[in-house]
Design a binder for this molecule. Structure first.
Ligand SMILES: [Zn+2]
Length: 270
């Protein structure tokens, strides 16, 4: 009986969370539309994904709002703009047209770029149907040495056995290959959650900058930070994290300051 009650509660939390998240997505969309038409005198930034110059919009989420987060034209968030610049940097010395990429949980903002620039491009997800392969990162049904690049942004924070996922990513990478594995850095030090948190899109942990130490067993990590690129692209996460923990982020620990560095770890297989 207690199991079924708990199951009903979990279902209710899931539905409530989806409804609240959808409402906030609509508010973010309205903010984007307003920002695009905002007066030119407002503070302007340059989107590294689509080239738009002008005001950026606030992102609204259950865990709090993030001012200056979204490009109002292509909807790129801080992480997308930083990742785009990192990819530009890598492309200075790497010919993507000769490489095969596995793009896990593919973001539409990058699919056209990757499918155009890579010699071979395969999309994958554990649940979605609009991908080439349905794959579980903790048990990849792929041969060893299958790809030159594995791109999985904001995925590992959903996976409890992340070390198994990392070992699988390393296994399917060819010698000389690399993985791009950013996660949302939400705390000063990584916090493992006792349960997946619905209001955080079912994250099982809040990574800190120390999280990338876990990659070292399989990879040599080169981490790019917000501060490595021009400020005009607005690559920092503006968020009040002094409010953590709270109802929507019950296991996060507080961080001081109004803005936070984001990172993109490029992980070269050992
Ligand atoms: Zn843009």
């Amino acid at each position: 009986m207690s199991n079924s009650v708990e199951s009903m509660r979990a279902s209710f939390r899931r539905v409530a969370s989806i409804a609240e998240t959808e409402s906030l997505r609509l508010i973010s969309e309205i903010d984007c539309r307003y920002s695009k038409r905002a007066p030119a005198r407002t503070r302007a930034f340059e989107c590294s994904v689509c080239g738009y110059t002008g005001r950026f919009a606030t992102a609204w989420a259950l865990t709090g709002k993030r001012p200056l987060a979204h490009c109002p034209v292509c909807r790129a968030a801080e992480r997308h703009r930083l990742q785009s610049l990192v990819l530009d940097r890598i492309a200075e010395s790497v010919d993507f047209s000769k490489l095969a990429m596995l793009h896990v949980a593919p973001e539409s903002i990058f699919t056209e770029r990757f499918s155009t620039c890579c010699g071979q491009y395969v999309t994958a997800d554990i649940e979605r149907r609009d991908v080439d392969l349905q794959l579980d990162l903790t048990g990849l049904n792929l041969p060893d040495n299958s790809f030159d690049i594995v791109y999985a942004s904001h995925v590992l924070e959903h996976i409890r056995d992340d070390k198994l996922a990392l070992s699988e990513i390393a296994r399917v990478l060819r010698p000389g290959g690399f993985a791009v594995l950013p996660v949302p850095i939400a705390c000063l030090q990584t916090v493992e959650y006792p349960e997946a948190v619905a209001s955080e899109a079912w994250h099982v942990r809040a990574p800190g900058p120390d999280y990338f130490d876990r990659y070292a067993e399989w990879f040599r990590v080169e981490a790019f930070a917000s501060s490595d690129f021009a400020a005009k692209h607005q690559l920092y996460v503006h968020e009040d994290r002094s409010r953590f923990p709270n109802r929507y982020a019950p296991y996060r620990t507080p961080s001081p300051g109004p803005l936070h560095v984001d990172y993109v770890p490029v992980c070269y297989v050992r």
